[in-house]
Design a binder for this molecule. Structure first.
Ligand code: SAH
Length: 345
């Protein structure tokens, strides 16, 4: 398997069969080899800097019904909330003082937040913090909407493709949600000029190794600036409540593969990875990740943005938990920096 890892490091692509082989034959030895190459690659592009992004989860209203997600439309047990523009700005104010220079606005697809309202929020954030990047993660929109947000000053957009396989996509989503639309959105975002993030859940129900290889090939085709992957974690009010979660081992292995395939990609060690393992985010960094995205939402709403069970950070104090994170990152030889952390070629 070392030859496949060498080939990936050199050519930045493998065939579908080769990806499958590499994943199927994962063992302690290949893991170590892959991770050391992935770390080398990350360090070559970004040094030992770890970028932080402050996420404000500004609404958990959603018109969609993704089967895996805790804030899906038909979860009537979800306690719904939305933040005001003033509350969102307060999150940014507090986060700026702590050293955040990227603000991520994430939410369900909430029709209350019209383009006009989103544009207004983006403009206000950028007016106040012209040295910061604004990242949106608010789902599928028209080209014109994406363009309006971009013109208002948004810099980046996170929209996981969730799976590149049509039939798996159909098992994870209701019939009115289509992979073709999801992909079109990603291409539109690229065309407009955003730094774009795609990605998928590791160990989603029904997902096969072949499906994962297809995800990798799709990512290679898209060439996104960011890739978000994390383990699937069941949420008790969804139909996937009794499904098995994804594993730390496979998630970090895939982080290593993605680092070698897209050498300068911005790659977060996600909250979901930190949720299934107490050292998940450190393990992610040691496998080639270079971004961490702490929650900066107001304390009282965090427990309501429950995409999956036991999500970490719902009781944390932002300042304290950032301090802990800084220590953890330092202990493995890296450092959290105060920077926008844009994509580098
Ligand atoms: N509405 C936005 C944000 C979605 S939430 C959008 O459509 O992009 C962000 C990501 O959380 C999703 O893309 C999904 O991959 C992940 N997610 C949702 N439910 C999850 C679960 N049960 N386990 C792990 N990740 C989950």
């Amino acid at each position: 398997m070392k030859n496949l890892i060498d080939k990936l490091a050199e050519k930045h692509i493998l065939s579908k069969e080769e990806f499958e082989l590499l994943i199927q034959n994962k063992n302690k030895e290949t893991e170590e080899y892959l991770f050391s190459k992935a770390r080398e690659t990350a360090i070559l592009h970004y040094g030992k800097d770890i970028y932080i992004r402050g996420i404000t989860e500004f609404t958990n209203y959603c018109k969609n019904n993704c089967h895996y997600c805790g804030i899906r439309l038909s979860n009537f047990n979800a306690h719904r909330y939305r933040l005001t523009k003033e509350q969102i700005l307060q999150c940014c104010d507090a986060a700026y003082i702590l050293g955040f220079r990227t603000f991520v606005l994430q939410g369900g697809e909430d029709i209350y937040f019209t383009d006009e309202r989103i544009v207004d929020i983006i403009k206000d954030i950028k007016r106040k913090y012209s040295d910061c990047a604004v990242t949106l993660s608010i789902g599928e929109k028209s080209y014109a909407s994406y363009k309006a947000y971009f013109d208002a000053g948004a810099n980046r957009y996170l929209l996981r493709h969730e799976t590149a396989n049509e039939s798996l996509y159909a098992k994870l989503h209701p019939a009115n949600q289509l992979l073709s639309i999801r992909k079109q959105c990603l291409y539109d975002l690229k065309d407009i000029g955003y730094q774009v993030g795609a990605g998928f859940m590791v160990g989603a129900p029904f997902q096969t190794v072949e499906n994962i290889a297809q995800d990798l090939l799709f990512l290679h085709e898209l060439q996104p600036e960011m890739v978000g992957i994390g383990p699937f974690i069941p949420q008790h009010d969804t139909s996937f409540a009794d499904e098995k979660p994804g594993t730390v081992e496979l998630t970090v292995f895939l982080l290593g593969i993605i680092r070698l395939m897209l050498p300068s990609v911005l790659l977060p060690a996600t909250t979901a990875l930190g949720t299934i393992h107490p050292r998940g985010r450190e393990l992610g960094i040691l496998a080639g990740a270079n971004v961490i995205m702490p929650n900066i939402s107001p304390q009282n709403v965090r427990k309501d943005y429950m995409l999956y069970d036991n999500k970490i950070g719902t009781k944390d104090d932002a300042e304290e938990s950032l301090q802990v994170l800084k220590e953890q990152v330092k202990n493995i030889g890296y450092r959290i920096v105060v920077a926008r952390g844009d994509y580098k070629l």
